[in-house]
Design a binder for this molecule. Structure first.
Ligand SMILES: NC(=O)c1ccc[n+]([C@@H]2O[C@H](COP(=O)([O-])OP(=O)(O)OC[C@H]3O[C@@H](n4cnc5c(N)ncnc54)[C@H](O)[C@@H]3O)[C@@H](O)[C@H]2O)c1
Ligand SMILES: N[C@@H](CCC(=O)N[C@@H](CSCO)C(=O)NCC(=O)O)C(=O)O
Ligand SMILES: [Zn+2]
Ligand SMILES: [Zn+2]
Length: 379
């Protein structure tokens, strides 16, 4: 391999400051050290969490950094001691690692992994607590352990899911975040059963994936709640059976849903990141058993609240990261499900652009007509 062991200079989108346009730079990407993998990223999508961190509202946000965490690519080289991944493997970088050795991984109770989390939260690699990215000698922070807005990135080996080489990378890149999050929130976190009633707050990619998951789980009613009525036609294709726009009512949305469902829904999902909506999502659940799952990411300083009585009377409040999926083990399984046409991906991709258009892609994301925009990173 000509590039193995060498610094690679390539294009990447650097976020220098919150909310300032990303700058396409020539970035130096150092070779992978022990336990690391350097990946040629071919396609990356944008997720709202990238916009959230870029906005400066993420307490873990560090600048300058290279954002991006929903991508697919091909391994360029591996560091010392990496045995399960080889150059040429088709992979999806996973922001939620799976080491299979730590307390979290061994617990069987969670998909969270503790092995590299302190480093990924600090924008560095575990080995030497330094970045592999630089511009003219100045380090640039990693983001979520993935930094996929770059033609090449370096990640920990425990964060790499090896997938079917036949899978189209311009599609399966979405399995790096939004789609698994929604499906897994239903299948793994809530464990929705046939006949259940479901309310989904926010019908973006995550909320629509919740609808898809709820439909496949056999939910009897899937009520979509969004302030953008244009979402309804689209949402029907993902399984939403009824639509409610809070703007059409004078009473609180939780009351609207309780009245519509003879006392409340069995399951609700917050897919926005709005703490007032999180409260409504809990309070629209049925007394005695209703479960609400928080998926949305709220800004630094925001807190959730409700009357404790809501929980005393049997409602359950939960949250989910990456839909509870164990990344290295289950992302390849999700890819196989897509290849067998058992889950959707193409339907979430509304726009396709190149890395140079990344600022335009973020603008599109805020315009409502956009679910996922996939960027091609190489000509
Ligand atoms: N927990 C996780 O693992 C995880 C993974 C991926 C994304 N997320 C988070 O999930 C959230 C959703 O992501 P997305 O990509 O689907 O976002 P999105 O912006 O595409 O979708 C949000 C939807 O919510 C609607 N909305 C906004 N305010 C509303 C309100 N007050 N009431 C009803 N509807 C409202 C919008 O019209 C939009 O349709 C984000 O906060 C993102 O950061 C979390
Ligand atoms: N850094 C933020 C929290 C961000 C957050 O909650 N991230 C989600 C994934 S969002 C993907 O689009 C998550 O999985 N969190 C678990 C984890 O990061 O380990 C903050 O500090 O508020
Ligand atoms: Zn995401
Ligand atoms: Zn682990």
């Amino acid at each position: 391999m000509a590039t193995q062991g060498q610094v690679i200079t390539c294009k990447a989108a650097v976020a220098y400051e919150p909310n300032k346009p990303l700058v396409i730079e020539d970035v130096q990407v150092a070779p992978p050290q022990a336990g690391e993998v350097r990946i040629k990223i071919l396609f990356t999508a944008l997720c709202h969490t990238d916009a959230y961190t870029w906005s400066g509202k993420d307490p873990e946000g560090l600048f300058p950094c290279i954002l991006g965490h929903e991508a697919a690519g091909i391994v360029e080289s591996v560091g010392e001691g990496v045995t399960e991944i080889q150059p040429g493997d088709h992979v999806i970088p996973c922001y939620q690692a799976e080491c299979r050795e730590c307390k979290f991984c061994k617990s069987g109770k969670t998909n969270l992994c503790g092995k590299v989390r302190t480093a990924t939260g600090a924008g560095v690699m575990m080995n030497d607590r330094k970045s592999r990215f630089s511009v003219n000698g100045k380090p640039i922070y990693h983001f979520m352990g993935t930094s996929t807005f770059s033609q090449y990135t370096v990640v920990h080996d425990v964060s790499v899911a090896k997938i079917d080489p036949q899978a189209p990378l311009d599609k399966v890149c979405l399995l790096g975040c939004g789609v698994p999050t929604g499906l897994g929130a239903v299948w793994n976190t809530a464990k929705v059963e046939p006949g259940a009633t479901v309310a989904i707050f926010g019908l973006g990619t995550v909320g629509l994936a919740v609808a898809e998951g709820a439909k496949s789980a056999g939910a009897s009613r899937i009520i979509g709640v969004d302030i953008d009525s244009k979402k309804y036609d689209l949402a029907k294709n993902f399984g939403v059976t009824e639509f409610v726009n809070p703007k059409d009512y004078d009473k609180p949305i939780q009351q609207v849903l309780v009245d519509l469902t003879d006392g409340g829904v069995d399951y609700s999902f917050e897919c926005i990141g709005n703490v007032s909506v999180m409260r409504a999502a809990l309070e629209c659940c049925h007394k005695g058993w209703g479960t609400s799952v928080i998926i949305g990411v709220a800004a630094s300083g925001q807190e959730i609240s409700t009357r404790p009585f809501q929980l005393v009377t049997g409602r359950v409040w939960k949250g989910t990261a990456f839909g509870g999926f164990k990344s290295r083990s289950q992302v390849p399984w999700l890819v196989d499900k897509y290849m067998k046409k058992e889950i959707k991906i193409d339907e979430y991709i509304t726009h396709s652009l190149t890395l140079g258009d990344i600022n335009k892609a973020f603008d599109l994301m805020h315009e409502g007509g956009c679910l996922r925009c996939v960027l091609k990173l190489h000509e």
